[in-house]
Design a protein. Sequence first.
Length: 302
Amino acid sequence: MKNRIYRIGYEWVSKRELLERLSMNESALVEHKRLNPAPDDQDTEVPPEDERHTVLIRSQRRPGEWVTFNGLYEILEREPIPWIDSPLEYHQFGTELIPGNIRREKAPQGRIPARTKLQVAAVRQDTVFVTVPGHPSRRYEMSLSHARFAKDFPTELEMKLQVYAFPPRPDIFVDWLLKEGRKSGIITRPNQERVEKSAFQVWDDLRKEYGISVSAALLAIKQALIVLDRAGVETDFPYPVQERSDLSLFSESERDAFYSYQSVRCAMAAVAALLTTDPKEPLQDTLLMDIMLEQQMNRRRE
């Protein structure tokens, strides 16, 4: 793959040129896919602006993301990739996982079935560290070239927090916030449809409602959960009892979840109004820096 040449639009470019055209000078290109027209459709000629390509980018700041662009090198979408969802099964050798179609002399000690969703804990150099959801003690590692990334989970909120969490930071609230955000529960929609959502998905909906950035939302959620923790509320996020004025009919855990939801909602509203707070911890300091840079970019665009 080192000397591979890619056809983009009407040009043939190297990996380095491709990243330079996309203004990603400090990144490494792991995988390139042509979406439209399909790679096997050699006869169809379309203008570069109608072409669609995706590349898997690895950079220092982000563990991994898909970047969708057209033949003119305009980035159309950036999508974080935190799960592995391989069509192949993985064979286990100690803590190492390799795709089942790669043969080894020794028999594997175990197998991970195809389509098992593995959660990416960290990406360091060319090694991907993964865990099996629901089994925190089962931790494995695999080569980056063997990782078959899926693109359907989770929200940008969780992915950004994972970027701050790995390698481990001295701020204890990062790990705590990840655990809180992964709690899931049932939400009843106005049409009485019951939907299971994680707290991160609920928080992300609130973030979009208030129109604030991911960094500002994380900061607000952290502050809200600290307040709830000091108040002794044990959140069972999410189960916000929506559109109800009388909470006396609900159980204590449902009322706690309601107050948790409203507390995060109020914190988001406050951050949306102020977009600033007193930096006291490393994570908060980093998030504030992100918010200031985002605000600066928005002002430049305007």
